[in-house]
Design a protein around this ligand. Structure first.
Ligand code: FE2
Length: 374
């Protein structure tokens, strides 16, 4: 059964503050930026590429409140990034954390068995100190440690400011920050990655779901959630469990050609505003059957929102002992059925919508069947 515990069983090996940003590798960053700008309300703030002395790739930094997404495209087929893209398609390559001392965090992780990535940046110039050190995690995903509290330059060395184009400025003010980021790993590997986050980061496991919690007639999954001491970083990890037909996690693993980031959840402080604007911007969400709303008030009791509005926007609700949450999931954002985004608003609940998994699974499987992958 799923459970949530407040108990801290981890060890904080080094000070880790929060998510710093996520970095996507994409085939055409210029166009991806346009989509995240017009559909999700992000604003481009910084850029690096040939014009700033970078010959190998271009990167655009996009910001919406505290959400920072970077989109990077390699400029040559010989780049390692091109191999990554060729294998996985557009997706998230780096989940970066904000730390006090990036070099210390990196050395600390290496001393407990982590594998380093050779893209370290340690820069000291007129603009101050900027450091970035990275280690490997599941699949071909990495975690970077960013130290930039004493850096006054634009984003990072070699970046230049992008002046915001007011004509297209479409801020979504209710999308606050990254709430959690979920990885999919192969069957039987979930507990290995749980141990990785315990041993390397000192994170603790505070929720676990097994296939009796999350299953339909066809497919099921197991999930655990790892968190940092201050609760800012929450990293659920899923693995497929055997069902009658191919599970959504297996479909992901097939199309992503291995483990990787399944979804990023963005915290909203007004999900009705967020979903209305995202739908207007053309974002497609998973369908919620009307039957879901029939007994909703029995399941979740009193909520502040008007259930008719929630039903119109197809927003899901779940309640646990601490409170309730509202959430909705986009359809995959790429042609491969891999990465998607969740919008979540928390009203006391620190859960992940366990009660919605069943309804959600049924909806995902309808989509999977349409793709002939069920
Ligand atoms: Fe989630």
């Amino acid at each position: 059964m799923g459970f949530i515990t407040n108990e801290w069983r981890g060890t904080e090996f080094f000070k880790i503050h929060d998510f710093h940003h996520i970095e996507y590798l994409v085939g055409n960053a210029k166009q991806a930026v346009h989509f995240y700008k017009s559909a999700f309300g992000f604003n481009p703030i910084a850029y690096c590429g040939p014009e700033t002395g970078i010959r190998t790739h271009v990167s655009y930094v996009l910001k919406n409140n505290c959400n920072i997404f970077i989109f990077t495209t390699p400029l040559s087929s010989k780049s390692e990034m091109s191999n990554w893209l060729n294998k996985h398609g557009d997706g998230i390559y780096d989940i970066a954390f904000s730390v006090d001392d990036a070099c210390d965090a990196y050395e600390s992780c290496l001393s407990r068995g982590a594998t380093g990535v050779k893209n370290n940046i340690s820069s000291l110039n007129d603009e101050g100190v900027y450091k970035k050190y990275s280690i490997r995690t599941y699949g071909d995903t990495i975690h970077s440690f960013i130290e930039d509290s004493k850096y006054s330059g634009c984003w990072a060395p070699n970046f230049t400011n992008i002046k915001s184009d007011d004509v297209f400025k479409t801020e979504h003010n209710s999308l606050i920050k990254i709430d959690h980021i979920v990885g999919n790993v192969e069957e039987g590997k979930m507990d290995e990655w749980k141990e990785y986050y315990e041993n390397i980061f000192g994170f603790t496991n505070f929720v676990r779901f097994d296939d009796s919690d999350i299953s339909t007639q066809y497919s099921s999954l197991r999930s655990i959630v790892m968190r940092s001491k201050n609760w800012k970083i929450k990293l659920p990890i899923n693995e497929p469990a055997s069902g009658l037909k191919k599970s959504q996690i297996e479909e992901y693993l097939d199309f992503n050609e291995g483990p990787g980031v399944q979804h990023v959840a963005i915290l909203s402080d007004d999900i009705i505003d967020s979903i209305s604007k995202l739908r207007k911007g053309g974002v497609e969400f998973l369908d919620t059957p009307d039957t879901y709303y029939e007994n909703l008030s029995d399941r979740v009791q009193e909520v502040d929102e008007d259930i008719r509005i929630l039903q119109n926007l197809k927003i899901l609700v779940d309640r646990d002992k601490e409170g309730y949450l509202l959430q909705l999931f986009t359809k995959p954002l790429e042609d491969r059925p891999t990465l998607f985004i969740e919008i979540i608003q928390r009203k006391g609940s620190r859960g992940f919508g366990q009660g919605n998994f069943q309804a959600l699974f049924e909806s995902i499987e309808k989509e999977q069947a349409l793709r002939g992958n069920l």
